[in-house]
Design a protein around this ligand. Structure first.
Ligand code: IPM
Ligand code: MN
Length: 357
């Protein structure tokens, strides 16, 4: 009997269902090539379901989703619905309640022509950002006082715990060691202004002492934004807080070619984890078959890697890399001249041809 993986699939809103459909085709094919099975179960949560039923993500369904080997998500967000309601009720709910404390966001330039920076080549843009995924302003400790009056006060706490900071920093040192590339870990924070981040500074130094083989660097977030544009080759492995990680990875995604190629994993090592493209639901392109599925295909590849199907994961990534480098897929945006399905067809074809290391 071949191995089989149960995957909970939440296609979500906007272009989500289109890109997820193609991601699943790629998973199915690479599984057949490598000799395992992928069994997807789809869940309808998102804007349409909410408008019809007033349900965001009911407990019963949530417990079912938890019981899978991994979760694949398309995109959540719809202009008809109150800002944040579905994003927090679905994506953030899983991040918090499944305690997915690592948001892993690789930044790789697969083909020189995709980079908006002058004279930067694939070897110059190859780093990975570890974004803390369960704390910071995202923890939702907020309030309004005298709401709607001229005296209104609005607060939202930036919070960090020693345990939360330590585990994500430790994960990042281990990752820097595994990557073996520059063997360098950069901490990005704003400890000069947000003094609570002194917890990051101290924890980074303490945990770092256990990893003498990994060089430690530090950038304030404002400087990091400058350096990533000026000298992306300076970065190898990066660890940062939730909100800075959110912002820094959208900027980084542009350097690797755009949100159409940026994938992520929301991970708790050893537990059910969630994989998704970084892009949103792009409502204006929904249903037109122009959305580029590459980010979702790469997220599916990251999921395979997480599940231990390393060869299959490499096969997916190298197929995408070759198609982009040879310009058979000329761009990662909606302007590639290829439909959503055609892009995936090319990936399917290339999967077979792919030499795997
Ligand atoms: C992301 C998104 C989310 C975040 C939103 C949708 C709440 O921007 O996954 O990066 O801020 O984490
Ligand atoms: Mn974001």
């Amino acid at each position: 009997m071949s191995k089989s993986y149960a995957i909970a699939v939440i296609p979500g809103d906007g272009i989500g269902p289109e890109v997820v459909r193609e991601g699943l085709r790629v998973l199915d094919r690479v599984a057949a090539i490598e000799g395992f099975q992928v069994k997807p179960t789809s869940y309808p949560f998102g804007a349409e379901h909410y408008l019809k039923t007033k349900e965001v993500f009911p407990d019963a369904a949530f417990s079912e989703v938890k019981g899978h080997d991994a979760i694949l998500l398309g995109a959540i967000g719809d202009p008809r619905i109150e800002v944040g309601l579905l994003e927090f009720g679905i994506i953030a709910k899983m991040r918090f309640e499944l305690d997915l404390y690592v948001n892993l966001r690789p930044v790789r330039l697969y083909a020189e022509h995709l980079c908006p920076l002058k004279d930067k080549r694939p070897k110059d843009v190859d780093f990975v950002v570890v974004r803390e995924n369960t704390e910071d302003a995202y923890a939702g400790m907020r309030g309004f006082f005298k709401k709607g009056t001229p005296d209104e006060i609005a607060t939202q706490e930036i919070l960090f715990t020693r345990k939360g900071v330590e585990r994500v920093i430790r994960y990042s040192f281990e990752l820097a060691r595994r990557r073996g590339r520059g063997k360098k870990l950069t901490l990005i924070d704003k400890a000069n202004a947000v003094r609570a981040m002194d917890l990051w500074t101290r924890t980074f130094a303490e945990v770092g002492a256990e990893y003498p083989d990994i060089a430690r660097e530090h950038n304030y977030i404002d400087a990091a934004c400058m350096y990533v544009v000026k000298n992306p080759e300076w970065f190898d492995t990066v660890v940062t807080s939730n909100m800075f990680g959110d912002i820094f990875t959208d900027l980084s995604a542009m350097i690797q070619g755009g949100l159409g190629v940026a994938a992520s994993g929301n991970i708790h090592p050893g537990r059910v984890s969630l994989f998704e493209p970084i892009h949103g639901s792009a409502p204006k392109y929904a249903g037109q078959n122009v959305a580029n599925p590459i980010a979702t295909i790469l997220a599916a590849g990251m999921m395979l890697d997480y599940l231990g199907e390393t060869r299959a994961a490499q096969r997916v990534e190298s197929a995408v890399e070759r198609l982009l480098a040879s310009r058979r897929i000329p761009s990662v945006g909606t302007d590639s001249g290829l439909s959503t399905a055609q892009v995936a067809d090319l990936v399917l074809g290339e999967l077979e041809a792919a030499p795997v290391a």
